[in-house]
Design a protein around this ligand. Structure first.
Ligand code: ADP
Ligand code: MG
Length: 279
């Protein structure tokens, strides 16, 4: 059975005044997602790409149970998502860490909502900080950590209470290229080790192809699934390094395929924006 199913999922938002012309909603509403169908298997690494404003975060919010679909259904293990839950861990672009807590305290915080007894929390938090390469940084506060380190803490926090599904909304977008690439490698390693189902949002084509087993390309708004591209190249299960993979001909081919799909959508989105500004 599929782990996650989006079944004809539509999401509209009410807007003041008349409906936005190109959102294709009725009077006073804006259609962010329009009849999205997507199935994600257990343990799969699914990447979703699409132009800015096409509804990627909305899609993830629906899966996270932060918002409800206007039409259709979002199923997790066959049951409709009705709200947030500890079976899903989320990592956002902005480091949503508590500034007054240490790295260890932030990871332990995620465990407070679970049944982990207080005396076991620190050890577990330590273990997960180790998993993301932050052993020795347990006592630092967020302002004493680099951007990459903060995102590692956020990942450790999301993993610590052992959710089945990891939801990631452009988690590496604010990082410099080198840090981003090393975190991509770590995320792949963690995914391989833990077998989590990952839904990863990005607008980066390289990132999408490097990380995803499949890449779902969304249309510009309203978001629909334009195409799902299966990505397979090299023997990346067997410890091939990032550079080898990124410079392989298969990688270039997949990147071009996703680029072409996305390029048309970005152009369309820009056209819509111009028309709107002129109206
Ligand atoms: P993305 O993450 O792909 O950039 P979002 O999912 O954040 O896009 O947003 C999709 C569209 O829905 C955008 O046009 C955005 O302005 C609109 N939108 C998102 N959330 C709301 C909301 N709560 N109310 C009204 N409009 C919203
Ligand atoms: Mg977004």
């Amino acid at each position: 059975m599929a782990k996650i199913v989006f079944e004809s999922v539509t999401k509209t938002f009410p807007v003041r005044g008349r409906g936005r012309k190109n959102g294709r909603g009725g009077e006073g509403e804006f259609t962010a997602l329009d009849s999205v169908d997507l199935e994600i298997g257990p343990g799969e690494f699914m990447v979703v790409v699409g132009p800015s404003g096409c509804g990627k975060s909305t899609l993830l919010d629906l899966l996270g149970g932060l918002t409800r679909p206007t039409g259709g259904r979002v199923l997790l293990d066959g049951a409709p998502v009705t709200g947030p839950g500890l079976d899903r861990g989320t990592v956002f672009q902005q480091y949503a860490l508590l500034p007054w807590r240490t790295a260890l305290g932030n990871v332990a915080f995620g465990l407070e909502a679970t049944g982990v007894p207080r005396r076991h929390r620190a050890a577990k938090a330590r273990e997960f900080l180790g998993l993301v390469g932050l052993t020795g940084f347990e006592d630092r506060h967020p302002h004493e950590l680099s951007g990459g380190m903060r995102q590692r803490v956020a990942i450790a926090r999301a993993l610590a209470y052992d959710p089945d599904v990891l939801l990631m909304d452009e988690p590496f977008a604010a990082l410099d290229a080198q840090t981003r690439e090393s975190l991509q490698d770590e995320l792949r390693r963690i995914w391989q080790r833990t077998g989590k189902t990952v839904v990863f949002i990005t607008h980066g084509i390289e990132e999408a192809v490097y990380l995803g087993q499949r890449v779902a390309v969304l249309t510009s708004r309203p978001g629909r699934v334009k195409e799902v591209v299966p990505v397979s190249f090299g023997d990346r299960g067997a410890g091939a390094t990032g550079e080898d993979l990124r410079s392989s001909p298969e990688f270039a081919r997949h990147r071009h395929e996703v680029w072409t799909l996305l390029h048309d959508e970005v152009a369309r989105a820009q056209r819509l924006e111009k028309e709107e500004a002129a109206a």
